[in-house]
Design a protein around this ligand. Structure first.
Ligand code: FES
Length: 121
């Protein structure tokens, strides 16, 4: 994925694959600022969409955010589960996605070796 057209297609994919949204549910947020994209955020986002579809997790909300000033830790992926701290994963690769989805999203277990931050809101 390298062009603006690819990004537009990804945005459409996000809309169609992620139609069931609900407030207060599980959220995955991917850092898609310049450095995130340079580090592979598009591929990570695609891997998340694929894994969510594969596991048929229709109620997980997936969104993107911009730069949060931690270039060296990109790709950054945040997982927010209701009534739990927001967990930030850093230096996430495509290969990490199945584990993050299966462990944290499905079973509620934080993947400690990839986590770089914990925020209570
Ligand atoms: S673009 Fe990398 S920290 Fe902002």
């Amino acid at each position: 994925m390298k062009t603006l057209e690819d990004l537009k297609r990804l945005r459409e994919q996000l809309k169609t694959k992620n139609t069931v949204r609900h407030e207060g549910g599980i959220q995955i947020i991917v850092g898609m600022g310049t450095c995130g994209i340079a580090a592979g955020a598009r591929q990570v986002m695609t891997a998340i969409l694929d894994e969510i579809a594969k596991q048929n997790l229709q109620t997980v909300k997936i969104s993107q955010t911009g730069c949060i000033g931690m270039c060296e830790k990109e790709v950054l992926v945040d997982v927010v589960r209701p009534n739990e701290p927001r967990i930030t994963y850093g230096r996430v690769t495509v290969d990490d996605i199945p584990k993050i989805i299966s462990e944290h999203i499905v079973n509620g277990r934080i993947v400690a070796e990839l986590a770089i931050g914990k925020f209570t809101e």
